[in-house]
Each structure stands twice: as structure tokens, then as C-alpha cells.
Design a protein around this ligand. Structure first.
Ligand SMILES: [Zn+2]
Ligand SMILES: [Zn+2]
Length: 636
């Protein structure tokens, strides 16, 4: 079966390309079809033709040189240095003999690519090797290094995975794609463990696979993978909207239980997801509450991850095409547009999204070619969820910091490592460098620092304003003076015992564990200090209890219960959220480029999910649904 499909594709391609291309081989590489040529010089001349064939065949086609015509590696390195301007700051050149790619890491990847790709084409023309151009992280990132190593050391295995996958995707449909349904497996009428299954007569695709970090036991922490319609062997793909654990925390478990298929996400999501998985395993281990998977399964997930850019249309199963769009929530966060069958139905899953420009990101996109069904989050979907503007939230935060610093106290900001932390860093940096608040040390605790390094390595995913600063003004605000990296317990002790005021950004965001909890324990009984909540606190979390005004906090330590007294000032500042507030959610539906037939709400407390759905129905006359976990909803 596989052979014949590939043979057919090969035949079509050979027939359409001029003879001088000298096709040596045609292979699947996941969703892509790769043509290997014995005449690399033609690659640059036939770009338009290949694009046209790709369009007609509705497949993604890449053209690379056959092994037999590749230039010797040492000579290639020499040639690359001749072709690429020195300003590019090349830091490393390596070769992937399996895919015939040369991997070039540099400080200014744009200069290796050249205007309209002219420099990188020159490299291919002269050496045969296809350049894969990566940015050298300006702040050293252990995670990016790990990922590059895993990929390097598993290139053979990865190619096999991609070939098998390619055959599966391109096998053609066996049935008409005349129905589609969604099974809610987690994150419906609740926040946490987001997970759903999209089924068509030809495909099974999982959208998100998260955990509820505030869950009290396995039953409430993990998605319902035991629904009868879910079967690991039948699963074609897993699509991850963004790196927060409530959307991707359970992915390694799938690999533990034998899943061999792909994960699709953006590059920043892959990087941050790996960071958060490893940290989650670490914390669970320290708390003596191990997760049902290990580091090995995180590595296995990595080998199966296929990264896609925004706006890139990709076949992920015989009858589903996936396109990611910016969601404005955290770096790399994506709305997934799925085109089912021959245009029979279009589904958009928003994931978490922010319909407002932030300091870090552009607002979520509301333009889709078609969208009959939209599954949207409703975290702040209640009528009362009208938050202050970002501007007034910033002012409120500065006022709080000013007051605390003045009385010699310390400000503790428990934050998710990813998203709010970097947003706050940008705000604090700006106020301090402009002299609007007094300069005090800002301590960035370990995990947040690593997440920040990943942000600096992927500036193309940041807001236009930040990109301009980094690319044109050569000024990276994340690397600014007041920031201090904290990596070990001794440093933490020193910070707590230090006399002067300071600001501490630490995880976890809901005080459910991690270093923020350790800081809290030490800082809570001093009324000079302030604890500021800037993010969502879920029911049952310690953060929520403190927010509600609990003054005595019993915590288990080494089998004993210790009571902590809350004397520090407690402050909640809303408006920094990475989620759209009620008005933005309604505006989003109003401004969609196409009017959907149906909107399904998820990712919200029951009342908020229902309230948003009711209001959308009333205002826009769109059918709405608010399923419970385990409900199945037919969408086509
Ligand atoms: Zn999120
Ligand atoms: Zn979420």
C-alpha cells in the first residue's frame, strides 16, 4: 500500500519536473514529500515549478540533494564561511547525514538566509547541502541545547518515524468524511487537564493533553483517557495549543503507554513544554508524589514532535489539514484551525487566548478562511470578569512595589514560569530604566530564567515592538541590569535574609509547590512584605485560599503539620492576565472574519462557561454548547 502511494507520487513528480533535475529518490518525511536530486544546481532554478506541483498535489514538497553529490564536510564549512558575511556570527556548523542538511547556528540567522533566501540558496548551489538555520540563544539555554542534542542523536530513528508517519498521512481516505464529533476528555466546565478527541470516519486527533496541577488525586488531575472511543493505537496525531501544563502536562504519559505517533506544536511550545515537563517530574519527585511517567518519556515525546510555524497548512491525517494561528496568550501559543475532509467542515480550537496586544505578544488572530465550529476558552467568561486595563494594572503594581520598597519590605510575585513572568519583566525593566520606580534588585528564580532564555532565542514570535528593539536597536530588555538569576538554595536563603527591599519572581504561580512556596513560608509573617497575585488561582490551590483571606495556613512538612501565619500584605492585581476578559471574549466573537454556526465553550468554571455561552447566543444568534467532561458533541 505504502509503496504504491509513494510510487504514484514519485511518478507524478518525475513527469512534471524537467529531466535535468535528475530525481534520485522521493521520500515521505512526516507531512512533507522530499525529492532528492543529483543536480543541486537546479534546486534554485526550479523553486516556482516545485511550488506549483506542491499546490496542484496539495502536498508540501521539499527538494534536497542526493547524498552522492554532497560536497565534503570540511570544504562545505569553508565554503559557508566564504558565502555568509562575517556579521552573521556563526557559532556552530554541523551535518545531518540522514536528511542531507547542514545545521548552521548563528547570532544573526537573517544574514545566513539572505534577502529572499539568496544566501542560503547560494550555500546549496555550491555545496549540495540544504541549510537548516538556527539562532544561537543570546542567553544560554540548557533546554534548547538538550533538544538539539536529542534531535541530533536520534536522526536515524526520527527519519524512520517520519517515513512511517508520512505513509499513514498520505494513505488516502477509506470513507467519506461526512461526520465529525468531539469528545470532552478534560477541561470542560473546569480549568485544568484540557483534552479532547476529534473523530471523523478517517481520523482520530487529540487536541491538548493537560493535567490539573491543583488536582487533589489522579482522578481529578488527569484527563479521562479511559473513554471507550479513545484508543492509543488509532490516534493519528496530538496537537498542542501551548506549553502550559494544563494543556500539555500529560503528553509523556501517552508515550509511556505506547503511543508512537506525532505531536504538532510551534517551536517555542516544544521548547517550553520540555522545560515544564522536566520541572513537573522534578517537583513531583521531590514531593514524593511521582508522576506516572519519567524523563525517558519526555525524550520520546521530543523525538515525535513536529514543529509548525503560524499560517503553515499541514496534512496531519488522511482527511484533516492543520494550520496554527497566533493566540496571543504566551510565546508560541496557537489557535488550531482544522480543515476536515474536502472543505466539509472547519473547526477552530482557540486554546487559551488573549484578544489584546500585550507587551510581549500581538493579539490573537480573528481571521480565518472558514470556521463552522469554534471551541473557545471561557476562563474569564463571567459577566463580572471585566478587568482593569493593562495600563492601570501596571500602575497598580508600581504603586504596590513603591509602597513595599519604601517600608523596606520584599515583594513576592508568584508567577507561571512562562508568560506572565516575562510580561512583568518587561514592565519592571521599563519603569526602572526610565526612573519611574526606584531601582532595587529583581530576582528571577531558576525556571523563569530558563523560560526567559527560550524567549530570547525565539524573538520572531514576540510582539513587533520587542522585535524592533531586539533586531534593530540591538537592545534586549530581558538582559537588562536589574535582573539577577537565582539558581540555588543558598542564594534563596541570602535573598530572604538580606536587609534591603527587593522583588522576587518565582514559580509556581498558585503556590502549589516550587520555590514560590518556600519564599512564602519565610516572608509571610512580616507585615513589611507584600505578596502580589497577578495570575489565575484555581479552586483548591493554596494561592486561592490566601487570596480569600486565610490568615493561618497549615502545611505538611516531613509528615508534620506546620502552621504559617499570614501577616504580609496580600494584593491581587488583575489585568495582567494572558486570558481575554469578558469584554474581549465577546469582542472576539463579534469581530471574527466568518460567522460560525456553533460555539462550544470550555476552560472555565461551570458558571462562567455557561454565562459566556448564553451571552454569545443572545447577542449573536449563534448556537452554543457547554459540554461536561465525557460528553460527546457532534459538529458535522
Ligand atoms: Zn495557558
Ligand atoms: Zn489553560
Amino acid at each position: 500500500m505504502t509503496r504504491t502511494i509513494l510510487e504514484q507520487i514519485k511518478k507524478t513528480i518525475i513527469n512534471r519536473l524537467p529531466e535535468e533535475v535528475q530525481v534520485a529518490n522521493v521520500e515521505f518525511e512526516g507531512p512533507e514529500v522530499v525529492i532528492y536530486t543529483k543536480n543541486p544546481a537546479v534546486i534554485t532554478n526550479n523553486g516556482d515549478l516545485v511550488r506549483k506541483i506542491a499546490k496542484d498535489m496539495r502536498k508540501r514538497i521539499i527538494i534536497r540533494s542526493d547524498k552522492s553529490v554532497l560536497l565534503d564536510q570540511d570544504k562545505t564549512i569553508q565554503k559557508i564561511h566564504e558565502i555568509v558575511p562575517e556579521d552573521a556570527g556563526i557559532t556552530n556548523i554541523e551535518f545531518d547525514e540522514v536528511t542531507c542538511e547542514v545545521i548552521i547556528e548563528s547570532h544573526k540567522p537573517g544574514l545566513v538566509i539572505g534577502k529572499f533566501g539568496v544566501t542560503s540558496r547560494e550555500i546549496t548551489k555550491n555545496t549540495g547541502w540544504a541549510p537548516k538555520i538556527l539562532r544561537t540563544p543570546p542567553i544560554k539555554s540548557g533546554i534548547i541545547e538538550t533538544i538539539r542534542n536529542v534531535n541530533k542523536n536520534s536522526n536515524k530513528e526520527r527519519k524512520e518515524i517520519l517515513q512511517t508517519l508520512g505513509a499513514r498521512i498520505h494513505q488516502g481516505t477509506k470513507h467519506d468524511s461526512d461526520w465529525a464529533r468531539i469528545t470532552s476528555m478534560g477541561g470542560f466546565k473546569e480549568v485544568g487537564r484540557s483534552c479532547m478527541l476529534l473523530q471523523t470516519p478517517n481520523s482520530r486527533v487529540m487536541l491538548d493533553c493537560g493535567v490539573n496541577v491543583a488536582g487533589s488525586d489522579n482522578k481529578s488531575s488527569f484527563p479521562y483517557l479511559n473513554v471507550p472511543e479513545f484508543n492509543l493505537e488509532d490516534l493519528d496525531a496530538v496537537v498542542i495549543s501551548h506549553a502550559h501544563l494544563d494543556h500539555c502536562g500529560f503528553v509523556p504519559f501517552l508515550y509511556h503507554y505506547g503511543y508512537e505517533g506525532p505531536i504538532y506544536c510551534t517551536t517555542p511550545t516544544r521548547d517550553l513544554m520540555t522545560l515544564l515537563h522536566l520541572d513537573h517530574i522534578d517537583i513531583a519527585h521531590r514531593e514524593d508524589n511521582p508522576l506516572p511517567f519519567t524523563v525517558k518519556h519526555v525524550q520520546k515525546s521530543l523525538k515525535h514532535t513536529i514543529t509548525l510555524d503560524y499560517e503553515e497548512v499541514t496534512d496531519i491525517s488522511p482527511d484533516i489539514k492543520l494550520t496554527f494561528h497566533n493566540a496571543g496568550h504566551i510565546i508560541g501559543s496557537a489557535m488550531s484551525h482544522m480543515h476536515i475532509g474536502d472543505g466539509d467542515h472547519n473547526l477552530v480550537y482557540t486554546g487559551d487566548f488573549k484578544y489584546e496586544r500585550s507587551r510581549l505578544l500581538e493579539p490573537a488572530t480573528s481571521r480565518f478562511p472558514r470556521a463552522e465550529t469554534i471551541i473557545m476558552e471561557s476562563t474569564y467568561g463571567g459577566k463580572e470578569d471585566v478587568q482593569p486595563s493593562r495600563n492601570s494594572a501596571e500602575k497598580e503594581l508600581m504603586k504596590t512595589i513603591y509602597k513595599t520598597v519604601k517600608r523596606g519590605g520584599k515583594v513576592l510575585l508568584p508567577v507561571f514560569a512562562v508568560g506572565r513572568a516575562q510580561e512583568l519583566m518587561i514592565v519592571l525593566e521599563e519603569y526602572m530604566t526610565q526612573g519611574l520606580i526606584e531601582e532595587v534588585p529583581i530576582y528571577i528564580d531558576g525556571m523563569i530564567w530558563e523560560a526567559t532564555a527560550i524567549h530570547t532565542a525565539r524573538p520572531e514570535y514576540l510582539s513587533k515592538d520587542l522585535r524592533d528593539q531586539i533586531f534593530h536597536a540591538g537592545r534586549n530588555p530581558f538582559m537588562s541590569e536589574p535582573f539577577n538569576k537565582v539558581t540555588n538554595t543558598n542564594q534563596r536563603e541570602d535573598i530572604i535574609n538580606s536587609k534591603g527591599p527587593c522583588i522576587i519572581l518565582s514559580t509556581s504561580g498558585m503556590l502549589t509547590g516550587g520555590n514560590s512556596l518556600e519564599y512564602f513560608k519565610k516572608l509571610s509573617d512580616n507585615n513589611k512584605n507584600t505578596l502580589v497575585f497577578v495570575g489565575y488561582q484555581s479552586e483548591g490551590s493554596l494561592g486561592k485560599r490566601i487570596q480569600k483571606g486565610w490568615k493561618k495556613i497549615p502545611l505538611k512538612e516531613d509528615g508534620k503539620t506546620i502552621v504559617y501565619y499570614v501577616k504580609m500584605e496580600i494584593k491581587t492585581i488583575s489585568g495582567f492576565s494572558g486570558h481575554s476578559n469578558r469584554r474581549q471574549l465577546m469582542d472576539y466573537v463579534r469581530r471574527l472574519s466568518v460567522k460560525p454556526e456553533r460555539i462550544i465553550t470550555c476552560h472555565g468554571d461551570p458558571y462562567k462557561s455557561v454565562d459566556l455561552a448564553t451571552s454569545i447566543h443572545r447577542s449573536f444568534k449563534i448556537e452554543t454548547k457547554t459540554p461536561l467532561n465525557l460528553d460527546a458533541t457532534r459538529i458535522l
